[in-house]
Design a protein around this ligand. Structure first.
Ligand code: HEC
Length: 450
């Protein structure tokens, strides 16, 4: 493109929106109207005093200087931070932070119009705010039934990766089904805790602790997990919680060197169903880590990403009984750029795309929870196909150093390749029943549309 046509194009880009507006007599969008409502409902939860966002969006005066950056981040779907591709696979998710296209268009047009305040005599109602340290599910479920804190530790504010592994009693005195779970670093621990995995362990007959199941996986930015109503994810009585906490003081959120962040505690909030709930539901659900090729393999087969290069991994898993997949959360670090989840059906030879995340950021880990009536139902033998793609070039905006060889490992500068998946374990009867219910619902909605 020569300079003149480039100049012409940039003038056209600036000029067209105003022209179209004038032609169409488009309504003015204002902060006191639609724009403020969208920001209050979708952004202020983090962009507020004491929130995790770097700037505050609680009033017009606070927002106005950021309008151009808000436009960019919203148009690129970088904010709200929920990377999950549109137009591929299942789109009905619980706790989905993504804006509707119409809301994005409204914010973009508002900024193009100069981000006006609107009628000062009819101000926007102030956003409704919870305490920023409150549990995320407090408005739907109230306070957790049980809070399980980790043992407090002091860590330097600036330094290398640190891990702490220890046991604490779960405090559960009779078997219970989990309704929801959230992991929450307390206070300053928010800035240094990268991952906090917890498992449920029980004593075997020899008095030794044995893994019973995963309790939950936490990584920075994660909101929490809801278990579907029709299953039981059990936490047994007299169990112990085994914490494995990964801190990265020198990474995101590091503060002044030489200081110590004291008493770092991570808490698990558990919302439980009443005792005896398991008698009313037929099936159990569990959350597990599904490894992908290479991660735990022999040394020469390990995950390796060359400097300025790419790597792709792929993993397969199947079950000897029918299952329902309730949630999917890929896991990688700074070089991972995309992840996908497909299902291969050996009987038909078909592969179905379920979820894709093609703009991954390790700052935000989401468990994508499928709405119960669209959660994938797998006949016996169907195969989960998990793929993850790594970019160690300078084009990856999250890459701290494209000159490094990167290997599979637990440090933030290493890479990982696995996914967390919640699975309801069905039998043939339960599977047939769910399939029939869905067919019936579909038929009813067709009939309703006539
Ligand atoms: C769940 C919390 C959360 C929500 C919801 C959220 N943000 Fe953010 N926002 C953050 C954090 C944290 C950052 C810091 C950068 C990062 O970690 O991605 C950020 C950064 C930003 C930035 C600055 C980016 C930069 O390059 O400096 C803008 C602008 C922004 N957010 C706008 C918005 C808008 C507009 C919305 C709503 C449509 C929104 N955010 C919703 C947490 C949030």
């Amino acid at each position: 493109m020569n300079n003149i046509s480039r100049l012409f194009n940039s003038i056209a880009l600036i000029a067209i929106p105003a022209f179209v507006q004038a032609q169409a007599g488009e309504q003015q969008i204002t902060y006191n109207g639609e724009a403020g409502r969208i920001i209050n409902e979708n952004c202020v939860v983090c962009h507020r005093e004491g929130g995790i966002g770097p700037m505050q969006f609680e009033s017009y005066d606070q927002i106005r200087p950021w309008a151009p950056l808000i436009q960019l981040k919203v148009a690129n779907r970088e904010m709200p931070p929920y990377a999950y591709d549109h137009g591929i696979g299942i789109q009905n998710l619980q706790g989905d932070w993504r804006l509707e296209q119409e809301e994005i268009d409204t914010l973009v047009a508002w900024v193009n119009q100069g981000a006006p305040l609107g009628d000062p005599d009819s101000p926007l109602a102030a956003p409704r705010l919870n305490d920023p340290d409150a549990w995320n599910f407090v408005s739907e479920l109230g306070e957790p039934d049980l809070v399980i804190p980790s043992v407090a530790i002091d860590i330097p504010a600036n330094g290398n990766d640190l891990w702490s592994t220890h046991y604490v009693p779960s405090g559960i005195s009779s078997d219970r089904c989990i309704k929801a779970v959230q992991v929450k670093p307390r206070g300053d621990a928010k800035s240094v805790v990268h991952h906090a995995n917890s498992t449920i362990d029980v004593y075997n007959d020899d008095g030794e602790l044995e893994r019973y199941s995963m309790l939950t996986e936490y990584a920075m930015g994660k909101w929490g997990e809801l278990v579907p109503e029709d299953v039981c994810r059990t936490i047994p009585s007299n169990s112990m919680v085994r914490w494995s906490i990964h801190m990265f003081p020198g990474g995101l959120g590091s503060i002044a060197p030489g200081t110590i962040i004291e008493d770092n505690v991570v808490e698990i909030g558990l919302w439980l169903h009443p005792e005896g709930y398991e008698d009313n539901v037929g099936y159990t659900q569990d959350l597990k880590q599904y490894n992908i090729q290479y991660e735990r393999a022999e040394r020469d087969l390990r995950l390796v990403i060359p400097p300025h290069g790419y790597t792709m991994t792929q993993g397969f898993h199947s079950f000897d009984h029918p299952v329902r997949i309730d949630s999917f959360q890929p896991h990688g670090h700074l070089r991972m750029r995309s992840a996908s989840f497909e299902i291969f059906y050996p009987k038909t030879g078909q592969t179905e795309e379920i979820s894709q995340i093609s703009n991954w950021s390790a700052t935000w880990h989401h468990s994508h929870i499928y709405e119960p009536d669209v959660a994938p139902l797998l006949p016996t033998g169907a195969v989960l196909v998990l793929k993850q793609w790594y970019d160690n070039t300078a084009d990856n905006p999250n890459n701290p150093d494209p000159d490094q060889w990167v290997f599979g490992g637990s440090r933030t500068a290493d890479e990982m390749t696995h996914a967390w998946i919640a699975v309801t374990h069905l039998d043939e009867e339960g599977y047939e029943k769910l399939v029939a219910e869905r067919k019936e619902k579909e038929a009813r909605s067709f009939a309703g549309n006539d």
